[in-house]
Design a protein around this ligand. Structure first.
Ligand code: TEU
Length: 564
């Protein structure tokens, strides 16, 4: 295959449309709002915008439950607005990647409505319908076809009273899973994808795409301690036909036009070994995957049991991914997205004293790895987690379902549950982008659908853009450096100091250039114990303090040294 490597020097920016910018004052972000911020994105310098779902949807899961793949939800605008967005991005040399959510549809999608209509429906087999477990009456406790738990709490099965059968939903009961075993399902999805490419979109971010192939036996999974339902993931994480499906999709959708496109598969539970196969260009599956290992290190079992990150674990994990995809395949690099908390609150220090320093340090450490970096909206401003006060402040189905189950079904103390869900819940990253210090942070003149972070007076784009030493300017520089320096886009990677609990250190090499990257993940001064002392005299390429300081690191210091 031809070498397609433009995306190795590219940076992707994720827009979560609901929370980006509201043009019509209904409190929800929209396409016209994004169009109004294209100059901002151009100034930041990103190459690609990944847009979270804007399709028609009942919004049970903020648009990840789609009822029409080929129309825009009126909440966000119209197809004409999307065409304008594409034209606006292309006119500025940027690309648009759409979210592709085809593991499941909404239960209000016509395909599911037809599937549910009767056991003889021609679309019955488009979803996973099963009778009650043998010996059980439909609807009685334990009657579900297997013991799997949904990702959003409760059983992964919903009874349809009319037919007496259950359908599978790995996520909410309003997100029935499509049956990819059925070739008509696959052909319909490919046709829809071709339609979007013909319209001008430049690729897809594929939602939980390594879940689409399931073991058709749907066997019971291992029961988890103290949980009412079990873990079914062994039957669908990178399931039996996943590589076949992705290669078929490539053949049917991308072949012949892949040169200019970007594809990234979101893959919870994917291993390095699988990722090599998914992203080896010769296999023609996807360009890169979102893996989850490094965002799983600061909790135990579930995200509702947060623990403290050990930096040595983070380095071991990311270092293994760098090594594993060094020869074949390609990494994506991310700290945050709409499902993860804000990184400065998570791995940095959100206090006023260190917020900017640590946000820049985290950015520098991530972006200088080998791989394609993703910036989640607001990350470039150093936005922090949201101090939600009560459960009524939350909007996300995942956190609301968990709270209800924990307090009502399992009888846990509401105050304890509330405290435990604060650090890692998804709504942390879904508060409106802070544009200025005015009312509602300049996001809307109406009532925002979710609260605005109270720190918008200090943390906002207008202030960030005005300053040369801001987090925004730092991101801008990192993006420019990736475009300009081959050692960043193409260099190899060597992790250093694997046992140091505070200093993140690695070397990139390309031809005769060498880059040493150092990040102090602590608030105390540290000397980076790098073996080669000549580094102390190397030129500083970038840092988050005004002056260079060799290998001596101040609190949360980031420094990148280049030689010759
Ligand atoms: O997320 C997939 C996923 O497995 C998790 O990150 C999940 O959202 C949750 O955080 C587990 O604790 C994708 C989307 O990014 C997410 O927004 C959707 O809710 C989900 O798929 C279903 O479409």
């Amino acid at each position: 295959p031809r070498e397609r490597d433009w995306f190795r020097s590219a940076v992707v920016y994720q827009v979560y449309p609901r929370s980006f910018a509201d043009s019509n004052d209904d409190g929800v972000g929209d396409l016209r709002g994004i169009i109004g911020k294209l100059d901002y994105l151009e100034r930041l310098g990103v190459d690609v915008v990944w847009l979270s779902p804007v399709y028609r949807s009942p919004h049970d899961d903020n648009g990840y439950d789609i009822s029409d793949y080929q129309d825009i939800d009126p909440l966000f605008g119209s197809l004409d607005d999307l065409d304008d967005l594409i034209a606006g991005l292309h006119g500025r040399g940027m690309k648009l990647v759409m979210d592709l959510v085809v593991n499941h549809t909404s239960d209000e999608h016509p395909w599911f409505v037809e599937s549910r209509a009767s056991k003889d429906s021609p679309k019955r087999d488009w979803y996973w319908w099963r009778p009650a477990r043998s010996g059980f009456v439909p609807g009685e406790p334990g009657g579900e076809p297997n013991n799997w738990e949904s990702f959003f709490s409760g059983p992964a099965w919903e009874l349809d009273e009319a037919s007496g059968e259950y359908y599978l939903h790995l996520f909410s009961r309003k997100q029935p899973d499509l049956n990819w075993e059925n070739p008509e399902v696959r052909e319909s999805v490919y046709e829809m994808m071709r339609w979007w490419l013909d319209r001008g979109v430049d690729g897809f971010r594929m939602d939980v795409i390594n879940f689409i192939s399931k073991d058709p036996a749907l066997p019971d999974g291992p029961v988890r301690d103290g949980r009412p339902y079990a873990d079914g993931t062994a039957s669908f994480i990178s399931g039996p036909r996943i590589h076949e499906y992705l290669r078929e999709m490539h053949e049917q959708v991308f072949a012949g036009r892949e040169e200019a496109l970007l594809t990234v598969g979101e893959m919870p539970g994917v291993t390095v070994e699988d990722a090599v196969l998914f992203t080896d260009p010769a296999r023609r599956e996807v360009d890169m995957v979102f893996q989850f290992e490094h965002v799983g290190l600061d909790h135990d079992g579930s995200k509702w049991n947060p623990t403290k990150l050990r930096l040595t674990d983070l380095k071991a994990s990311l270092g293994r991914w760098q090594a594993g995809l060094a020869e074949r395949g390609w990494n994506s690099l991310y700290w945050g997205n709409h499902d993860q908390p804000r990184v400065v609150s998570r791995f940095g220090d959100e206090s006023p004293e260190y917020r900017e320093l640590s946000a820049k340090m985290l950015a520098g450490v991530l972006h200088l790895h080998r791989g394609t970096p993703y910036v989640y909206q607001g990350e470039e401003l150093g936005m922090t987690n949201m101090p939600f006060a009560t459960i009524d402040d939350y909007r996300d189905i995942e956190v609301l379902n968990h709270f209800r189950e924990a307090t009502e079904l399992l009888g846990e103390d509401p105050a304890v549950v509330l405290a435990a869900l604060a650090p890692l819940n998804r709504d942390n990253a879904r508060t409106p982008v802070q544009w200025d210090a005015g009312p509602n942070a300049g996001f809307t003149r109406g009532t925002p659908w979710i609260g605005v972070n109270p720190n918008s007076g200090a943390v906002n784009a207008e202030e960030q853009i005005s300053r040369e030493d801001s987090v925004f300017t730092f991101y801008r520089t990192l993006i420019r450096l990736r475009h300009e320096l081959p050692v960043i886009a193409h260099g190899d990677f060597t992790m250093l100091l694997p046992d140091d609990e505070e200093v993140y250190a690695y070397i990139r090499r390309h031809e005769d250039h060498e880059l040493l990257v150092l990040g102090n993940f602590s608030a105390h001064p540290r000397i980076a114990e790098v073996a080669d002392p000549l580094w102390a005299d190397a030129r500083r390429l970038l840092g988050n303090y005004p002056d260079a300081h060799g290998l001596a690191l101040r609190p949360w210091e980031f420094t990148a040294l280049l030689r010759p």
